[in-house]
Design a protein around this ligand. Structure first.
Ligand SMILES: Nc1ncnc2c1ncn2[C@@H]1O[C@H](COP(=O)(O)OP(=O)(O)O)[C@@H](O)[C@H]1O
Ligand SMILES: [Mg+2]
Length: 508
């Protein structure tokens, strides 16, 4: 029994994990981590009892029930039918009860899921919470969610408990009917007293499996509430999928073309409006614009983390919707402002996804981005195990590791989304030199705040509210004295006063 029960639990978790890995980023935008975790752990756990103990017992109960019914009927058909008149009443009670219990059990599942989501956020955000002294407020919030969870459990249990007395009551009623009816027959001499006593004893046995079954029925309702939530995950639609006739993207040169691309994260709120762009292979393109202009979105579309809503995006003439995601992403390297490192050694983190890479290649990549030195200074060098998300490294060091990861993967297209935000100017110079060499023959899309990166770009794309407002190289755009010029004087003048065309106060 345990084997089958836990086997089902294991299979469900496996399917959920596998599905979660394929679900598009849009799913993760919509669902909190804690709630997803709750579905995999708690909701699946709610099936454990039913599956590992219930199934066989229910089966046994059903067989007993059938056996007793046959015995009762052969003993005295009339009395047997009278006994069973309570069954329809029980059925009606169950149907009504089920309606309420389903809601109550679902509430239990939601309540614990809310507690989990809140926990997850508070644990991950411990630093921010402590720095803003929000402990008290958050504690009160947690307390109220915890309380709601308690309430939900108590009222569900109360409801579950309520079914038993009703079953007992009906059982008593049935015995009473048998005794009254059978008794009068015995007095009339139509029935032997011994038969009546025997029948009453069997009637009691008749209710044993029913009592048991009603307990398992409660358990079933509890499990169904969990099951519903499990299948919401397993059935969640994967938005970005390989087309049935998707082809392998051959080794690309890196030509990117946006053809009337529009995009919306949420229905009805377009964030990229009808963009047309063309990048030649090997070019460095810098995206510039105020926060929220749509820069990150523009580059995320290239990696097909989201599908364009209308229009098309082609790489080397291939519509990226028509090639396999794997062959596409293998040729694109991404470095983000918040690099994600895994709780593993530095070596494993660098070769993540490129497990076949040799030790030399790995070290070469680390050297290329200037990470080798600091790694060697660590106690265990490349074998240093990172704590969660690399919290035992500085932010800049984490970025260097994710740079090494991108370099090792030798991508045709490199996407840097504010990737140098936490790296000091000196290290950036090292990376810039390394990248210059590495980017030969590669297309790179760069979102950066540092002037040096933008200076060298072949093309600067200026975005505002999801539209391209200016395009050209740095020099042309400065001369144009348009939006770029204003952005540049406003945001860069302070950081880089030597290169700034205006005085430090940004008065133009
Ligand atoms: N995951 C998301 N879900 C919904 N809206 C989003 C999401 N990410 C970004 N946006 C919205 O899209 C717009 C562009 O965001 P983004 O591309 O991140 O800007 P930038 O990188 O230029 O600062 C913003 O208005 C932002 O609110
Ligand atoms: Mg951004």
């Amino acid at each position: 029994m345990a084997n089958i029960g836990y086997g089902v639990v294991r299979t469900l978790r496996r399917q959920m994990f596998n599905h979660l890995q394929q679900l598009s980023l849009a799913f993760y935008d919509r669902n909190e981590v804690g709630r997803i975790m709750s579905r995999i752990l708690n909701d699946v756990g709610s099936l454990e009892n039913l599956l590992s103990n219930g199934l066989l017992l229910v089966f046994a109960d059903l067989i007993t029930l059938v056996g007793i019914v046959i015995i009762l009927m052969t003993m005295n058909l009339e009395l047997a039918l009278i006994t069973m008149t309570v069954i329809p009443i029980l059925a009606v009670v169950m149907i009504i009860w089920q309606k309420y219990s389903r809601t109550a059990f679902l509430k239990v599942r939601t309540a614990i899921s809310i507690v989990n989501a809140n926990l997850q956020e508070n644990i991950s955000g411990a630093r921010v919470i402590q720095s803003l002294s929000r402990e008290d407020v958050n504690f009160r919030r947690f307390d109220s969610m915890n309380e709601a969870n308690f309430d939900a459990n108590v009222s569900a249990t109360r409801l579950a408990g309520g079914l038993q007395p009703i079953v007992e009551l009906l059982m008593g009623a049935a015995v009473a009917i048998v005794i009254i009816y059978g008794g009068s027959q015995a007095i009339a001499g139509k029935l032997l007293l011994g038969s009546l006593v025997g029948f009453v004893l069997y009637t009691q046995r008749f209710f044993d499996p029913i009592r048991d079954l009603s307990v398992w029925y409660t358990e079933l309702q509890r499990a169904m509430a969990g099951g519903q939530r499990i299948f919401e995950v397993i059935d969640a639609k994967i938005e970005v999928i390989d087309a049935p006739d998707a082809v392998e993207l051959p080794t690309i040169k890196g030509e990117i073309n946006y053809d009337h691309v529009s995009f919306q994260y949420v229905e009805g709120r377009e964030v990229i409006h009808d963009v047309n762009l063309h990048f030649n292979p090997g070019e460095t393109i810098a995206f510039v614009g105020t926060t929220g202009a749509g820069k990150s979105t523009m580059v995320a579309l290239v990696d097909r983390f989201y599908d364009v809503t209308t229009g098309s995006l082609t790489i080397d003439g291939y519509d990226i919707k028509k090639v396999t995601q794997e062959s596409l992403r293998k040729q694109i390297g991404v470095v983000l402002q918040e690099p994600f490192l895994f709780s593993d050694t530095i070596r494993e983190n660098i070769i993540y996804g490129r497990e076949f890479a040799t030790e030399e290649k790995m070290i070469e990549a680390a050297k290329a981005v200037g990470a080798h030195d600091f790694i060697m200074r660590l106690d265990k060098g490349y074998d240093t195990v990172l704590q969660e998300r690399g919290s035992n490294l500085s932010q800049g060091q984490r970025q260097l590791i994710s740079f090494a990861r991108a370099v090792l993967s030798d991508p045709r297209i490199l996407i840097l989304d504010e990737a140098t935000a936490n790296i000091d100017t000196q290290t950036e110079v090292i990376i810039q030199q390394a990248l210059k060499r590495l980017l030969q023959g590669r297309t790179s899309l760069v979102i950066a705040h540092r002037l040096s990166t933008i200076h060298d770009a072949n093309l600067v794309v200026v975005m505002e509210n999801g539209k391209i407002v200016e395009m050209g190289n740095h020099k042309e755009l400065i001369e144009k004295k348009g939006i770029y010029y204003h952005l540049y004087t406003m945001s860069y003048a302070y950081n880089d006063d030597k290169a700034a065309p205006t005085d430090k106060h940004g008065t133009t």
